[in-house]
Design a protein around this ligand. Structure first.
Ligand SMILES: Nc1ncnc2c1ncn2[C@@H]1O[C@H](COP(=O)(O)OP(=O)(O)OP(=O)(O)O)[C@@H](O)[C@H]1O
Ligand SMILES: [Mg+2]
Length: 222
């Protein structure tokens, strides 16, 4: 049995069991969040020199995540380079949120991860035939306290896609809900790509922007 609290729980390991309250709550939160398995456990992210300040800002945001969620203050993590920690940071922050709320959460509507291009494909397909799982995900996108929108700007842009993204962002900001975005584009680049200022301007009003400059570390032995 592997526990999400394995790197910080102070309990004697000999007493670990699947009946442990913390183990069960964290499993439920992670399962409902749909964070990809690869990003679920502790990740040691090491900054390159040019990313020192950004890592401090990300760590600071993480430490205060419960307050940020309560106030609907989001984050926009972007970097032109692939594989330099954007998705990892977003999931690390959500994991820390789960750690902080585990014992006060009623489990419902806490955190959800979506990979935006796939989510939009699923949304389009759902008009013909939907599944209960997808309907649940769609509902969570609108109401969960913390949402990760991974890789905004990587989707194929159509009028339909633009309107769906505006609708998601509007619904969340109108309800004061916190969203963490990752992207390979700056907010200006996102406006250019989408050919529409409405999305980037709405995002800008609700996030702290953090730029990562480090090189691609996918597959690197560090
Ligand atoms: N600063 C870092 N220190 C150690 N490992 C890192 C760092 N940044 C990224 N990695 C590792 O590199 C891999 C890719 O990271 P991640 O998926 O977060 O990149 P990304 O910026 O989201 O990439 P993309 O732009 O392609 O979506 C992961 O296995 C991650 O753990
Ligand atoms: Mg990514």
């Amino acid at each position: 049995m592997r526990c999400y609290a394995e790197d910080y729980c102070k309990k004697d390991r000999a007493s670990c069991s699947e009946l442990c309250g913390g183990y069960r709550v964290l499993r439920a939160l992670y399962s409902l969040s749909r964070i990809p398995v690869k990003y679920q456990y502790k990740m040691d992210l090491i900054p390159e020199k040019e990313d020192m300040q950004s890592f401090i800002a990300l760590n600071d945001f993480k430490e205060n995540i419960v307050d940020h969620v309560a106030r609907g203050e989001g984050l926009y993590i972007w970097g032109e380079n692939t594989g330099n920690g954007k998705t990892s940071w977003a999931c690390k922050i959500m994991g820390y949120y789960f750690r902080k709320i585990a014992f006060s959460s009623g489990l419902e509507n806490e955190g959800l991860y979506i990979y935006l291009p796939t989510f939009l494909d699923d949304l389009r397909n759902s008009y013909n035939s939907s599944t209960p799982e997808f309907e649940e995900e769609l509902e969570m996108v609108k109401i969960c306290r913390l949402l990760i929108v991974d890789d905004i700007g990587a989707e194929r842009v159509t009028e339909w896609v633009r309107e769906r993204i505006v609708s998601i962002i509007n619904t969340r900001s109108a309800n004061g809900l916190c969203t963490i975005y990752t992207s390979n584009l700056s907010l200006k680049g996102l406006a250019d790509k989408l050919g529409d200022d409405r999305i980037s301007s709405r995002i800008k009003g609700s996030v702290t922007e953090v730029n990562l400059l480090g090189m691609d570390k996918r597959g690197a032995v560090l």
